[in-house]
Design a protein around this ligand. Sequence first.
Ligand code: ADP
Length: 193
Amino acid sequence: MRMLLIGPPGAGKGTQAVRVAESYGIPAISTGDIFRANVAQGTPLGLQAKEYMDRGAYVPDDLTNALVLDRLAHSDAGAGFLLDGFPRTLPQVHTLDSTLEETAGGLDAVIQLVIDTDAVVERLLKRAKDQGRSDDTEDVIRKRLEVYQEQTHPLVAVYAQRGVLVSVDAVGSVDEVTDRISGALSGRVQGSD
Ligand code: ADP
């Protein structure tokens, strides 16, 4: 089971990724979390990533690709994984494609979390108050949403064309959205029970 969660900042990818991955017994792999852990530990990768993250820009593809390929090579990802936040650009799609082709085929499902801009801005401003993430200031939030529209939203069409896209309404409680994802996946992919 190889899946990807895609959607704008604030759509709830991280929260849903953990739940969905658990129900399939696969690891949730979040590039944002890996970058933040590196920033917190002050690693060389973290120092490089931080300057991009703090202004709402994407970390360059070469750094990001290397990080994900390394993570996918861990044994726990052998039976499948749920990617959260990668791929986010077309070059990242190509990198993932060539890696997966070397093993066993492409992604089984790409779950798109659908939510409008006003709702995500509201959620992110609330998260800024609750958690104080350094990229959750209003200016940086707007920048992240712009970058998402420009660089990541086009990936939705790519995966739709491949017949693996599952679109889910991301407005509602966390449980409601999880139920929608489970419902949409069952029947599409095997092994949900
Ligand atoms: P959000 O989806 O709310 O923006 P994430 O935790 O997924 O939050 O990502 C936070 C930041 O980490 C991004 O704004 C970006 O700077 C960096 N990042 C995460 N994933 C990638 C990626 N695949 N490519 C480039 N940068 C990334």
